[in-house]
Design a binder for this molecule. Sequence first.
Ligand SMILES: Nc1ncnc2c1ncn2[C@@H]1O[C@H](COP(=O)(O)OP(=O)(O)OP(=O)(O)O)[C@@H](O)[C@H]1O
Ligand SMILES: [Mg+2]
Length: 133
Amino acid sequence: MIEGKIRLETSALEKTVFTDVKWTDFIIGQILMNSVKYRSNEPKIEIYGLQNQNGVTLMIADNGIGICKKDLGRVFDKGFTGENGRASVKSTGIGLYLCKKLCGKLNLGLSIASTESRGTVVSIVFPRSNMFE
Ligand SMILES: Nc1ncnc2c1ncn2[C@@H]1O[C@H](COP(=O)(O)OP(=O)(O)OP(=O)(O)O)[C@@H](O)[C@H]1O
Ligand SMILES: [Mg+2]
């Protein structure tokens, strides 16, 4: 992030969640690495929390090159790199596949939204009392 001169903004991160710290660290790391890899001009990453009735959500938003409509539905598939990934040598299309699998095991929600003009937002949902279900 320093090399890419990426501006980082964080807010509303005071909530505490109960989950597996190592795997969550891996998941967030993969998402951030994507935001760095697929950055655009004047790159910025915003990380913020949202609270709702069902739990808390961690949002990671970048203003990078975005994901085209036809690729968006497939980014969690194993080995899928899409147009962005094909243009980069450092793409294996495994990162988000692993994130999705891990979120399934941890009972976390994972979703992605993107437009080519505004960048990409990934949200991780930490549901209330997931460990007891
Ligand atoms: N923040 C993002 N901005 C733009 N495109 C993205 C972003 N995150 C994911 N993508 C797209 O989704 C694809 C799948 O992401 P994934 O993390 O699984 O693979 P990768 O980053 O290409 O390779 P790997 O993570 O295995 O090193 C990417 O190849 C890219 O096309
Ligand atoms: Mg990746």
